[in-house]
Design a protein around this ligand. Sequence first.
Ligand code: FNR
Length: 376
Amino acid sequence: QEQLAAAETNSKETDFPLSFEEWEKKAASLMQAGGYGYASSGAGREETARRNEEAFGKWAIVPRMLSDVSHADLSVTLFGHTYKRPFLLAPIGMQILAHPEGELASAKAAAACHVPFVLSTVASHSIEEVAAAAPSGSKWFQLYWSNNEEVSCSMAERAEKAGYEAIVLTVDTVRTGFRETDIRSQFSPLSQGFGKANYESDPAFMKALDRHDETSVVAAILENMQTLSLHWKHIAKLKERTRLPILLKGILHPEDARLAVEHGVDGLIVSNHGGRQLDGVIAAIDALPAVSEAVQKKVPVLFDSGIRRGIDAVKALALGADAVLIGRPFLYGLASHGQQGVEQVIENFAREIEISLSLCGIANLAQIDKLKMVRD
Ligand code: FNR
């Protein structure tokens, strides 16, 4: 009977790719070359982008047996909200490059599958448009600090007003990494006018623009995004203007993790931006144990970069992450099959995570400390 059920499920799913590699191939065949290059590549010689994935293969789980996993509950509670599944969709800018419905499709898919959606500052649809498209779903807002502080605070206030549940301040992008693929293909989505929605709809941004009417929106966005002076002191400014929990995304060093907690940050995301920013840095999964250790459970630690399948998510959870974010896998689902593709990717992740945790002897994420992780 079990075999029959499995065969039935498989036949229903044959229309969709299954593995990450299949989704990626499908996305590559459908996206424009510039957009696909932008999405898939990393910075420099792509050492870190590669290492992110390979490092998962070096970590191995030592599972537990006879633990009665018949009543599984994989929900996580973060900042007072309980989420059914231990993963979120990572902030990815300009999703219109993957599919005409862009973030509206992925936010709707996330809502339908009970997974929080993190909207990028440089999205193709605004904070309010996404909230209206997926009113029932949990949404977080990813903030790129702007060198006009009023713009940063105004975006955070808009997110709070529109019902978003957290602010993710990305700290590894004070400027864009050296991305050879994009340089070669002369692909520069911001300069080409993608990713403007949250700026054009922002009163503080538009007010500043009025004062220099010669400046185009695109030039002003590019200028706003050069935030080389970003510093710990800016956290206090943001905290003054929003009651939402603030997470820092892009932390790799345990000392930065300790400083973040000291500065009153509510959560961290261990990430190297999918290898797109600084090439030659540590695989994100290898940075996780030390950060988790430094934080001592004072605030939640989330993780992304290099997760390609459910078992990678399980390894990150076992190495100290409270939840994980999925980046390129859902983007390729979006490129391949729009909202349905994202839903399919999410459901496959959820299923593999559930199966894997049962086989590890874990019915509840609070017990994941029971697992031993070894590294080659
Ligand atoms: C990103 N990422 C990202 N991060 C962020 O904070 N703001 C953003 O606007 C974007 N935009 C973006 C675009 C594209 C095309 C990609 C692939 C990634 C980084 C993202 O949130 C996440 O850190 C990585 O995607 C995680 O790595 P994987 O899962 O893609 O390997």
